[in-house]
Design a protein around this ligand. Sequence first.
Ligand code: CUA
Length: 186
Amino acid sequence: MNSEELLRSGELPEEEITRVENRWVLVVCAVTLLLIATFASSVALFHDAPPSSVETIQSNQIHQSGEFVESNLGTAMQPDGSAVVRMVLQQFSFSPSIIKVPVNTSVVFRAVSADVVHGFLVEGTNVNAMVVPGYVTTLQTEFKRPGEYLVPCQEFCGMGHQDMWAKLIVGSKADYPVDPTGQTRF
Ligand code: CUA
């Protein structure tokens, strides 16, 4: 009889059961440690981190006032030389549809949805985020290669989902002077 048959017949010795249980405890501990190591290394190597704050917003009022009115969308250079990109996602377009940022510069995306769940990713990079109505999606990155990148919506958001995309243009830093009045948008 093998151990399975012994167990079924109730003849498996107590020590054998303990031995098998202990082995599974080890397996569970190993898997847990592996998961923790995976998270820790993704934080250390790829700067992945859980969101540090949750910002909420009234989705049905973003066009009327506040940070995401049309004149405030696009890229704003900050006094410290970094860039903030504000954008609104809605069925089935991005505003702005052409996003321009300087190369080798800290870029913070701040994105909101005007209707349903959307998302955006920048092809060939690790930029990939969901944009959920009611929340401000914030993501910091830096683009090392100048050029044009496709930015599709990556959450199914309705019949026009496959036509929802923007273009990201990463250009020379010299083209993005800081405007002391803070009004310029690229
Ligand atoms: Cu928006 Cu898919």
